[in-house]
Design a protein around this ligand. Structure first.
Ligand code: E4P
Ligand code: PEP
Length: 377
């Protein structure tokens, strides 16, 4: 490790930094390349997600999985369960697994597998990056698409080729850097409302990310670079509640759509059943998602997707040095367990089928060919 070039201030004036070399994105990808199967999974799922968000595919997008990945084996076991479920419900739900590797913290806390894979403040970043890419390759090789929250602006250079849906979180949605980052990402990006509850912050972020930008980043070879972006037309609002108030009601969705319309943006809304919408109580997610399911069954088409925090074992646990962890239980926010998740996903699929049944145009009753199910990618 070598000290960074000292600035013009004394050590006592503020923080210090040390720097060590980091593998380049190209070198990591060369060691762990994308296979044809992985590329097919990612590209087809991105396109399908865009169609669902636009409403030209009448399924519901469900981004579901652990609050954070801390154990690669447990994440893989969860991925297998979710893959089977995604095949069972493919006509009604587009399932994308949360593989969250970087955690934004309100103040302090474990920052995620990418930078601290041994959960002990050892910050073995190279090992974290390799484990993350290996896990993401294995999950997409199954055929299951992946969602992440983008936190460090250089992470997409290492993992962006494996991601179908990205989030800009409630703590960073007002950040210029994150909006610029989203403007160049090759995937749909959900902009969370701010932790204050401000939905306008998410609307502003969508508007900003739809425009071209130039910002400082790294190139594939790891060299510093000026990144020029084209603008991302597939960003959308994610309502996650905030300031002690949920915001998943029909009125909240109407108001969000009104704000999007006023900004000249497409009316695409996704609801996070966790976080501020569940008061961080994992069991409340069922009630939140259950209410959305009822609205969908009754014909609501303004909600294009849902986010759920779910793992194999319900609840959460603390990391206690020297003590074993429960396999498949969250070490960050509490999650729904697998059995509750499976039954909730099945009821969401029923709701989508019910909406489809009501929405069937008269001509499809007269002409059965028109009512044939569409082929989903
Ligand atoms: O989703 C995860 C958490 O809500 C987020 O990382 C903030 O966590 P914290 O408030 O415990 O720091
Ligand atoms: C941190 C998360 O969400 P939010 O930004 O809404 O708090 C998350 O989904 O892990």
């Amino acid at each position: 490790m070598r000290a960074a070039v000292p600035g013009p201030v004394s050590r006592e004036s503020g923080g210090r930094v040390t720097a060590e070399p980091l593998v380049s994105p190209a070198a990591l990808a060369e060691r762990m390349p994308v296979t044809d199967r992985v590329a097919d999974t990612v590209l087809a799922a991105r396109e399908a997600t865009c169609r669902v968000l636009a409403g030209t595919d009448d399924r519901l997008l469900v981004v579901v999985g652990p609050c954070s990945v801390h154990d690669v084996a447990a994440a893989m076991a969860y991925a297998r369960l979710l893959w089977d479920m995604s095949e069972e419900l493919a006509d009604d739900l587009l399932l994308v697994m949360r593989v969250y590797l970087e955690k934004p913290r309100s103040a302090l806390g474990w920052p995620g597998l990418l930078t601290d894979p041994s959960l002990d403040g050892g910050f073995a970043v190279h090992s974290g990056l390799s484990s993350a890419r290996e896990l993401m390759l294995a999950i997409t090789e199954l055929g299951l698409p992946i969602a992440v929250e983008w936190l460090s602006p250089i992470t997409p250079a290492y993992l962006g080729d494996l991601v179908t849906w990205g989030a800009i979180g409630a703590r960073t949605v007002e950040s210029q850097v994150h909006r610029q980052l989203a403007s160049g990402l090759p995937m749909p990006v959900g902009m969370k409302n701010a932790t204050s509850g401000s939905v306008q912050s998410a609307v502003d972020a969508i508007r900003a990310a739809a425009a071209p930008h130039a910002y400082l980043g790294i190139a594939d070879n790891g060299a510093p670079a000026i990144l020029r972006t084209s603008g991302n037309p597939h960003c959308h609002v994610v309502l996650r509640g905030g300031s002690g108030r949920p915001n998943y009601s029909a009125e909240d969705v109407r108001e969000t759509r009104r704000r999007l319309r006023a900004a000249g943006l497409p009316e695409r809304v996704v609801i996070d059943a966790s976080h501020g919408n569940s008061g961080k109580c994992h069991e409340r997610q069922r009630a939140v998602a259950g209410e959305i399911a009822e609205r969908i069954a009754a014909g609501e088409d303004g909600v294009r997707g849902l986010l759920l925090e779910s793992f194999i074992v319900s609840g959460r646990q603390d990391v206690v040095p020297g003590e074993p962890l429960v396999f498949g239980q969250s070490v960050t926010d509490a999650c729904m367990g697998w059995d509750a998740t499976a039954s909730l996903l099945r009821s969401l699929a029923v709701a989508v089928r019910e909406r489809r049944r009501h929405a069937q145009p008269l001509v499809s009753v007269i002409n059965p060919v028109a009512s044939e199910p569409s082929q989903h990618a």
